[in-house]
Design a protein around this ligand. Structure first.
Ligand code: GLA
Length: 375
């Protein structure tokens, strides 16, 4: 496999000025809580997005991605006032944000390569934006601390790209440490690292399903949460604490379910942290399964393929629990497994899935990396 330097050189005919990488993330628990001022427990993936950058003395971005295109270079004017609706928006967004912070950069030549599945719920977009941000900081020798960089990416995703996402993804892509879970208070951005028990391993299985309307679904869930807050007179669902107030019963049934998910999911984050800290993997696994049920029934962001995978996984020896990961409407499921049995368990789940649906799956295993076409 060519390195990112080689990829850059073959596209742009000279070596890059800087290279960098950033991981994606698997969220163990705390789904759809970040934009509600709540808690999340993600960890960076061993899979990375790599980029190589060369300085230009005009305002042009020439961007090349091994995943998205095979024979073209996209030209984008970095001074364009609006997003154009493609992956390069994430690049332009962070470039402009860094310029706004006084970083001395005009256009760039950029090559990108990634092990992450695109749009699969493992945060390939934040990994891209953080990797580009890191490369530009290396190139210009500007200093911006990793939490600040995550905040810049978050703002540019919301304001420039138009993806109204929470802070979790850029934050963990920027500050995460391998094999450490990060407990994040998304309101205060206070973080605490939590050890993953040695006997545990996370396995990610990609359903292969990508829904074109996933961002509509995401945005409408967000809007429902905002409606609930306005009606209940709080700034964020976090402010409701552990118990929904009686006034919630007057709101429409779907909004009630959304609030119930967020309140219970925040509780589950602390349940999983406590279980992992006492090495109680079966208890952690049970809570993950409860989270999936809540995402399926109350938040309504699952799809039949993910439900099937979770059902098959939880019936497999060596799997403590499973749930969909990320925003939902497609993408991946995450399995908490016994480390020794993780590979065998993943194969067994894929085989059972193929028997039921005829589909082969892609699996991401710790250390071993990606295994395509398992079943
Ligand atoms: C997406 C968003 C995150 C978060 C999750 C759901 O991944 O980017 O901010 O809201 O969905 O937990």
């Amino acid at each position: 496999m060519p390195t990112i330097r080689e990829i850059y050189r073959s596209k742009f005919g000279q070596p890059p000025n800087a290279v960098s990488q950033a991981p994606g993330r698997v969220n163990i628990i705390g789904e759809h809580t970040d934009y509600n001022g709540g808690f999340v427990l993600p960890t960076p993936t061993p899979l990375h997005t790599r980029c190589a950058v060369g300085r230009r003395d005009d305002d042009v971005l020439r961007a090349w991605s091994t995943a998205r295109s095979t024979d073209s270079i996209v030209d984008v004017d970095t001074l364009a006032p609006e997003a154009i609706g493609g992956w390069t928006d994430y690049v332009v967004g962070i470039l402009q944000a860094l310029r706004g912070r006084g970083v001395d950069i005009r256009g760039i030549d950029l090559a990108v390569d990634s092990d992450l599945p695109l749009g699969g719920g493992l945060s390939s977009s934040a990994a891209l934006a953080i990797a580009v941000g890191r490369a530009i900081l290396a190139l210009t020798k500007a200093k911006i601390d990793p939490v600040e960089l995550a905040k810049l990416v978050h703002t540019s995703e919301n304001e420039f790209v138009g993806a109204h996402v929470g802070i979790m993804d850029p934050l963990v892509c920027s500050i995460g440490l391998q094999r450490q879970l990060v407990l994040i208070d998304c309101r205060t951005i206070e973080v605490r690292y939590v050890n993953m028990p040695d006997s545990a391993a996370l396995v990610v299985i990609d359903s292969g399903v990508r829904h074109a309307n996933a961002s509509n679904g995401y945005n409408s869930r967000r809007a429902e949460c905002e409606r609930a807050c306005a009606a209940l007179g709080v700034a964020e669902i976090r402010d409701l604490g552990r118990q929904a107030p009686p006034e919630l019963a007057a709101l429409d049934a779907a909004v009630q379910r959304r609030v119930r998910h967020v309140i219970s999911e925040n509780e589950r984050v602390f349940g999983v942290v406590a279980a992992l800290e006492r090495d109680d993997l079966p208890a952690a696994g049970r809570i993950l399964c409860e989270s999936h049920a809540s995402l399926r029934d109350d938040y309504e962001v699952s799809i039949p393929e993910l439900d099937t995978l979770v059902e098959l996984a939880t019936a497999t020896p060596g799997v403590y629990g499973a749930r969909l990961v990320g925003g939902g409407f497609g993408g991946c499921v995450m399995l908490l497994t016994d480390r020794e049995r993780s590979e065998q368990a993943a194969r067994q789940v894929c085989r059972a899935y193929r028997e039921r649906t005829g589909e082969l799956l892609e699996v991401y295993l710790p250390k071993l990396g990606k295994r395509a076409g398992v079943g």
